[in-house]
Design a protein around this ligand. Structure first.
Ligand code: PLP
Length: 371
C-alpha cells in the first residue's frame, strides 16, 4: 500500500465509515461547565500522597501490575458498603471501559442492549464497538421511567442487557428504587443501573446496591470521575454478583489497569472524605441553578445530578456560541432546544449567570412547550 494513505484507503469496518471520534469539545476557556466534572482539585496533602504513590510504583515499573487489582477492589468494596465484597467489584479505566466489558461479555452479534432516551450518548458507541444492537425506548415526557414502560420495552425487544441511568444524563432525572426492583423481578436480562451521579442525588443511600443480595442479574455501575473528583485518574467500577465479575474477567485485556492508576485510586479512596468534601457545595450549586435559571426566564429540567438542562432556545447553538464567546463552555446536548450546564464552583457559576444574562438581554428566542 502507498505510504500516504488516508482513512478512505483503509479496510475500516463498514459500520465505522463516516463516524467521528466521540467527545465534547475540549476548549481552553476560563469557565468549563460541559463534562460534569467536579471543579475542585485535590488538596496539597492529597496531591503529595498521590505523587509519593506514583514514585513507589516506579520502583517496580519493570513488573506487570496486579492483574486482579485486588487491593483496589477491596478499597472500592469498603467504600460502597451495603455488604459489597471485593469479589463483587470490578474496575477498569473509567466506567466507559467497564461498560465495554459488560457488553463484550453479555452483548455481541445477534444480541441487543436497551436504554431509555434521552440518555448518555456513549451507550450507542459501546454497543457499536462490541457488535451489539443498540435499541432505545423513549422516557415519559417528563423524562421519568416507570416499571410498565421498561417492562413493555423489554417484552418488545427481548434484550440481553438493559441500561437504566439514575440520575439520568443529560436530564438529571432519578428512577425510584421500587421501579428498579420491579424491573429486576420481571426479567432475566442483565440490568445495568448506571449510578455515575449517585453521590449527588438527594438520597445517595437510596441505591440499587441494596438490591444486589436478591438479584443475580443486577449490575450497579459507578465512577470516580464525578463526585470523587478523579476524572483524570480514569477509574470506573461496578458491583454485581461474583459470577458476573467472573464473566468480565474473561473479556478484559490482561493488566488493563496500570500500576499508577491503581495506586492513585487507592490514595483517592483512602482520602474519600476529602475527595468527596465538596459534594454538598455542588448539590447546593445545582439546587440554586434550579431556581435561579427559571427566575431569569428560562426553563430547567429538575435534576438530581451535578448538572441541569436549561432552555428551550429556538437556536441553542447560537446561545452556546455566545456563552463561549464570553468564556463559558456549556454542553450542547439533550432534547431539542436545551443546553446542559455542570455545577461549577460558586465563582464559576456567577460568571455563567452573568454571561447568560447578557445573552438573554441581547435576545435569545425561546421555544415553548413541555420539557
Ligand atoms: C451516565 C454516565 N455514565 C458513565 C459515564 C462515564 O464516566 P467515566 O468513563 O469517566 O467513568 C458518564 C460520563 O459522563 C456518564 O454521564
Amino acid at each position: 500500500m502507498k505510504a500516504d494513505v488516508t482513512l478512505a484507503d483503509l479496510p475500516l469496518r463498514p459500520e465505522l465509515v463516516g463516524e467521528e471520534p466521540y467527545g465534547a469539545p475540549q476548549l481552553d476557556v476560563p469557565v468549563r461547565l460541559n463534562v460534569n466534572e467536579n471543579p475542585f482539585p485535590p488538596s496539597p496533602h492529597v496531591r503529595q500522597e498521590m505523587a509519593d504513590a506514583v514514585v513507589a510504583t516506579a520502583c517496580e515499573v519493570n513488573r506487570y501490575p496486579d492483574r486482579e487489582a485486588w487491593a483496589l477492589r477491596q478499597a472500592l468494596a469498603a467504600y460502597l458498603g451495603h455488604g459489597v465484597t471485593p469479589e463483587m467489584v470490578w474496575a477498569a479505566n473509567g466506567s466507559n471501559e467497564v461498560m465495554v466489558h459488560v457488553l463484550s461479555a453479555f452483548g455481541g452479534p445477534g444480541r441487543s442492549v436497551l436504554s431509555f432516551t434521552p440518555t448518555y450518548s456513549m451507550y450507542p458507541e459501546y454497543a457499536r464497538n462490541t457488535h451489539t444492537t443498540y435499541l432505545t425506548a423513549p422516557r415519559r415526557p417528563d423524562h421519568t421511567l416507570d416499571a410498565a414502560l421498561v417492562m413493555d420495552a423489554i417484552a418488545e425487544h427481548d434484550p440481553t442487557v438493559v441500561v437504566i441511568t439514575t440520575p439520568n444524563n443529560p436530564t438529571g432525572t432519578p428512577t425510584p428504587l421500587d421501579v428498579i426492583g420491579d424491573v429486576l423481578a420481571g426479567t432475566d436480562a442483565i440490568v445495568v443501573v448506571d449510578e455515575a451521579y449517585q453521590e449527588f442525588s438527594h438520597d445517595p443511600d437510596a441505591t440499587s446496591l441494596t438490591l444486589l443480595p436478591e438479584h443475580g442479574n443486577l449490575v450497579v455501575s459507578r465512577t470516580m470521575s464525578k463526585a470523587f473528583a478523579f476524572a483524570g485518574g480514569r477509574l470506573g467500577y461496578l458491583a454485581a454478583n461474583p459470577a458476573i465479575v467472573d464473566a468480565l474477567r474473561i473479556v478484559r485485556l490482561p493488566y488493563h489497569l496500570s500500576a499508577q492508576t491503581q495506586a492513585l485510586a487507592l490514595v483517592a479512596l483512602a482520602n474519600a472524605g476529602e475527595m468527596l468534601g465538596q459534594v454538598d457545595v455542588l448539590r447546593r450549586v445545582r439546587d440554586e441553578a434550579l431556581f435561579r435559571l427559571p427566575a431569569m426566564g428560562v426553563e430547567v429540567v429538575p435534576s438530581d445530578a451535578n448538572f441541569c438542562l436549561f432552555g428551550r432556545f429556538a437556536d441553542r447553538h447560537d446561545v452556546w456560541q455566545r456563552l463561549l464567546d464570553r468564556g463559558v463552555l456549556v454542553r450542547e446536548t439533550g432534547p431539542a432546544g436545551y443546553l446542559r450546564v455542570s455545577a461549577g464552583t460558586p465563582e464559576e457559576m456567577e460568571r455563567f449567570y452573568a454571561a447568560l444574562a447578557e445573552v438573554l438581554a441581547e435576545g435569545a428566542p425561546r421555544e415553548k412547550g413541555e420539557s
